[in-house]
Design a protein around this ligand. Structure first.
Ligand code: HEC
Ligand code: HEC
Length: 284
């Protein structure tokens, strides 16, 4: 800083000397080198004015109204999706309704289109049909993008992109039931053990069943990270919703999209094991 000042002073001094010298010998016009060297001084002044203008413009900028919510969120609110899926897409009005936060965009858009067209008509789909009838694909995508980017109450590290203050306490709540869920299903296998010889060790342990049945191959090791954007994230879905979907894919009541990819897998799983998996998934 001090050095810069010194060099500036030196430069001015040199310019003055040159100017005086030029004045006494030849006129400034005939000394283009002098004109050229004086020029930077003028530039600095102009620069100062320019930066003053810039700061004036900058101080005006914050006055422009900032968007309070994203387009996707605004659409979600305006269309009334929250009435069933929860104001944030996390806490659903009923355990048979799906949580939407964190679903891959492409999967979510496909489902909305399928419910709109009737390709997906299982379960409670009809409840939503009238609403998506008035939603364009572009709007679906915007909402899906907003939902996918939101941090999920039950999602651990991988999903969240935008850390929100609210979801923070939730993992604690989710962690507690997880511990309970692991101890609770324990008695079930005992009761089931006599009948199915299939997976006696795994029994009611949802986590072990999920792993042994190969669900993770498509839905990710803990149901959070799907291998394809057209596959659903299954972690954190309400248990009853998951059970219904698995049963519907098994029976063929739900056959839209890529359901066939999963049908063979669920065909070999009884309702009790599906329930155990769903209950474990709900805590993930
Ligand atoms: C009247 C209740 C209701 C409303 C309102 C509603 N939905 Fe749904 N939605 C459902 C139900 C129920 C399902 C699941 C259908 C089933 O039982 O299989 C569903 C499924 C979905 C799915 C697929 C989820 C998955 O995991 O497969 C998406 C995505 C979705 N809704 C988005 C929306 C959006 C966006 C809106 C607003 C435009 C909306 N929904 C409005 C009830 C509703
Ligand atoms: C080969 C890939 C694959 C395997 C293996 C698989 N799934 Fe799926 N699963 C899917 C696809 C694809 C869908 C969605 C179908 C569609 O496109 O609408 C789905 C849907 C679901 C749903 C409904 C999700 C929702 O939001 O509606 C649940 C729950 C589910 N699977 C759980 C499981 C469980 C538990 C297992 C293991 C027993 C399993 N899946 C094995 C591909 C698979």
């Amino acid at each position: 800083m001090g050095q810069k000042m010194v060099s500036n002073i030196k430069r001015v001094a040199v310019l003055l000397m040159v100017a005086l010298f030029s004045y006494s010998t030849v006129s400034a016009e005939t000394r283009p080198d002098v004109v050229e060297r004086i020029k930077p001084v003028g530039t600095v002044v102009v620069g100062g004015q320019a930066s003053a203008d810039a700061s004036a413009a900058a101080s005006g900028a914050p006055a422009a109204p900032a968007k309070p919510v994203s387009e996707g969120e605004a659409l979600y609110q305006a269309k009334g999706c929250g009435a069933c899926h929860g104001p944030d897409g996390i806490k659903t009005a009923m355990p048979i309704y799906p949580k939407l936060v964190g679903l891959p965009v492409q999967y979510a858009v496909n489902q909305m289109k399928d419910i709109k067209s009737g390709a997906r008509s299982n379960g409670q789909s009809v409840a939503m049909k009238g609403i998506v009838a008035g939603v364009t694909e572009e709007e679906m995508t915007k909402m899906a993008e907003w939902l996918a980017g939101k941090s999920s109450a039950a999602a651990p590290a991988p999903a969240p992109k935008k850390a929100k203050a609210a979801p923070a306490p939730a993992p604690k709540a989710a962690a507690a039931p997880a511990a309970k869920a692991e101890s609770a299903p324990a008695p079930a296998p005992k009761a089931a053990a006599p009948a199915p010889a299939a997976a006696p060790a795994a029994g009611g342990d949802g986590a072990a069943l999920y792993a042994s049945k190969g669900c993770g191959a498509c839905h990710g090791p803990d149901g959070n990270k799907t291998i394809m954007p057209i596959y659903p994230k299954v972690a954190g879905l309400p248990a009853q919703y998951s059970i219904n979907q698995m049963k519907d894919i098994k029976s063929g009541a739900r056959s839209n999209g890529q359901s066939a990819a999963m049908k063979g897998v669920v065909m070999a799983i009884d309702d009790k094991d599906l329930k155990a998996i769903a209950e474990w998934l709900a805590t993930q």
